[in-house]
Design a protein around this ligand. Structure first.
Ligand SMILES: Cc1cc2nc3c(=O)[nH]c(=O)nc-3n(C[C@H](O)[C@H](O)[C@H](O)COP(=O)(O)OP(=O)(O)OC[C@H]3O[C@@H](n4cnc5c(N)ncnc54)[C@H](O)[C@@H]3O)c2cc1C
Ligand SMILES: Cc1cc2nc3c(=O)[nH]c(=O)nc-3n(C[C@H](O)[C@H](O)[C@H](O)COP(=O)(O)O)c2cc1C
Length: 586
């Protein structure tokens, strides 16, 4: 029987292309078809730079990549390693610390750990259990395991990369063999991380293969396996800029609506948007004046938009001392006081304390690139189309006799108006997601700007007519001045996209009341919702609120069900492992 078409409709070609290919293939002889198949396979093999390279590790060379991540950077790098390793002939397994069974590690053979540090020298929340087990007495021996650690952190924190450092030391103490030196990376980690990954995979490859492991184009290493969002900054226009607090509030929270000219990126409720800020021009001018470089317009522009001039670390003092040759600064950096001194201070304090002749080049050495700031997306595309909404609270404080401003938040509050342009980039967060089943109940705890993603959740559930119940705990200082999005919550209660709201305004009565106190008061109901399958979400302050809320949920299980504190704790840990207790805290 003759056929007019060989290629199925699902073949990855357009209709026209399929017809042309079919015209040739239908009439081709078996010999011609076999030749074509072999020719195309050979062509592809030749185009693969390293996978087929003689001596590359066999595809059976196992590699375990574990990551401890909160906001996704370590997770992204771990996946990058997995993809690149596969191309180089390894058989990689990428495991989140949240799902890690540490008993499997002795069999890992080759192990790469990517770990971020959070809080003040703490592991990311999802990594706490496995990290604790690894550091504990019951951790397995790792003789025969070759390991390498990449740590992510931020030099503006005193405990820079503490978790990566601790893991590196721990693997060695457990008998593992270090295959590559640990690297500790700051916020501008992308390039050095890519270089480290290439070198580390080479070091981990079997000896016979090490000279043949050819570098792969890193950006393309993933192919189409799971398409990643565009990470290039996009320019957006500010179409709404409103202070959500009353004029009598001591806080200022800006609701920003941003319009994307070429369509908003495909964001989901729970994602964040990174904003590329500009430094305060007044501070830049003070720094230039203190450095004797006031007329240097090119440097002024770079300091405004490209360099981080507001964080200081002992390492940056060392770089300053070395670059300027200041013996006073050198003695200070070596003396051990620097770590305490940098707290609450920044570059201007350093230049004033150690006057030195500075050049534009010095600033390039002393400062790091200005990092973008993340903001929880407060909107659903289903409701706002090609816009993204954010809620940004202005950070203003005074330390060491000087008024200080948060770079991004005060840039937005003071210097951005309707019609202004901003550079932004999507930062997805697949660990902070609405339940897949729209009939699942949700409990959301979001004081202050922590409420932002829950505005997105409620918009999404309204737009999709999700039947699940939604309960919001909100808190701030004063009911009359600080009730962010109050009218919208009232409307949501009316249209039933929000079932219940409980508020805690800390300064409206003599004793302070917080969201965790409201959870205590509603313990039985919270437990009933959770027992019924509800998902629990926390967003906002990481230092105290998130910990206090978690403790309140543990207490709720104790009081409502009469569980021991250990059993109640295990219950909440179980919710976390089941991804039913999720947090996005900062
Ligand atoms: C995933 C994620 C989501 C976020 N979502 C939001 C959001 O929706 N809304 C929002 O407003 N923020 C959000 N943030 C926080 C935001 O990214 C910024 O950290 C925040 O706006 C401050 O940035 P800034 O540039 O204004 O301040 P910076 O210039 O970065 O200064 C902040 C630093 O100043 C110092 N500081 C602040 N206050 C004091 C003080 N009283 N005393 C001494 N030192 C102090 C601290 O070192 C602090 O780290 C989020 C953060 C993350 C990681
Ligand atoms: C609230 C907060 C606390 C942080 N604490 C630390 C810290 O104590 N030490 C450190 O080196 N980095 C700290 N960082 C920086 C993170 O480690 C860094 O952003 C890292 O790239 C995050 O990686 P992840 O996305 O995989 O979680 C902190 C960041 C935030 C937002």
């Amino acid at each position: 029987m003759s056929r007019s078409a060989l290629l199925p409709r699902t073949a990855p070609f357009g209709d026209g292309e399929r017809a042309s290919l079919d015209a040739v293939l239908v009439n081709a002889t078996p010999v011609q078809r076999a030749w074509l198949a072999g020719f195309l396979a050979g062509l592809d093999a030749a185009a693969q730079p390293q996978a087929a390279a003689a001596g590359a590790p066999k595809a059976s060379e196992p590699l375990t990549v574990i990551y401890a991540s909160e906001s996704g950077n370590s997770e992204k790098l771990a996946n990058d390693i997995g993809k690149l390793a596969r191309k180089q002939g390894f058989k990689p397994k990428v495991v989140d610390f949240a799902d890690l069974d540490i008993a499997t590690l002795p069999k890992a053979g080759k192990l790469v750990a990517i770990a971020a540090t959070w809080g003040e020298g703490e592991p990311p929340a999802r990594a706490v259990r496995a990290y604790g087990e690894l550091m504990g007495e019951g951790a397995p021996r790792l003789e025969g395991v070759e390991f390498a650690v990449l740590s992510l952190g931020d030099t503006s924190y005193a405990e820079f990369c503490a978790i990566g450092k601790a893991l590196d030391a721990r693997f060695e103490a457990l008998g593992g063999k270090r295959a590559a030196e640990r690297i500790d990376l700051d916020l501008d980690f992308e390039k050095p991380a890519a270089d480290w990954i290439k070198a580390t995979l080479k070091a981990l490859a079997p000896a016979a293969a090490q000279d043949n492991v050819v570098a792969v184009d890193f950006a393309r290493a993933g192919g189409d396996e799971d398409a990643e969002p565009n990470r290039d900054p996009m320019v957006v226009e500010v179409v709404e800029h409103v202070n959500l607090n009353s004029s009598r509030s001591d806080k200022e929270t800006i609701h920003l609506a941003l319009a994307f000219e070429d369509g908003a990126p495909a964001y989901e409720p729970g994602d964040s948007l990174e904003l590329f800020p500009e430094n305060d021009p007044q501070l830049v001018d003070e720094i230039l004046a203190a450095a004797g470089l006031s007329g240097d317009e090119a440097l002024r522009k770079a300091l405004l938009t490209e360099r981080d001039i507001t964080t200081l670390s002992p390492a940056s003092i060392e770089r300053f001392a070395k670059a300027t040759g200041s013996t006073d600064a050198q003695a200070f950096a070596a003396g051990g006081e620097a770590r305490a001194w940098v707290e609450g201070r920044n570059l201007i304090d350093l230049i004033e304390r150690f006057p030195a002749t500075l050049t534009a080049e010095h600033f390039g050495t002393i400062t790091r690139p200005l990092p973008p700031r993340a903001y929880s997306i407060a909107s659903s595309r289903k409701e706002v189309g090609d816009e993204v909404h954010l809620a940004i609270v202005a950070v203003r404080y005074e330390t060491h006799g000087r008024a200080r401003s948060g770079v991004a938040s005060v840039h937005v509050a003071d210097r951005i108006k309707d019609g202004a342009k901003l550079r932004v980039r999507l930062k997805p967060n697949r660990h902070f997601r609405l339940p897949a089943d729209p009939s699942t109940d949700i409990i959301m705890v979001g004081p202050g700007t922590g409420v932002a993603p829950f505005r997105a959740f409620v918009q999404e559930r309204r737009a999709t007519e999700a039947p699940g119940r939604a309960w919001l705990f909100f808190g701030d200082r004063h009911f009359t001045h600080d009730f962010l999005y109050q009218l919208e919550w009232q409307e949501a209660l009316e249209d039933r996209s929000l079932t219940q709201i409980d508020v805690a305004f800390s300064r409206d009565q003599p004793e302070k009341i917080y969201v965790q106190d409201r959870i205590d008061q509603h313990a039985a109901e919270v437990v009933a919702w959770l027992d019924g399958g509800a998902h629990f979400y926390v967003c906002g302050d990481a230092k105290r609120m998130a910990k206090d809320v978690r403790a309140a949920v543990v207490r709720a299980f104790e009081t409502a069900k009469g569980l021991s504190s250990a059993d109640a704790e295990a219950h909440v840990a179980g919710l976390e492992r089941a991804k039913r207790y999720q947090q996005d805290v900062y």
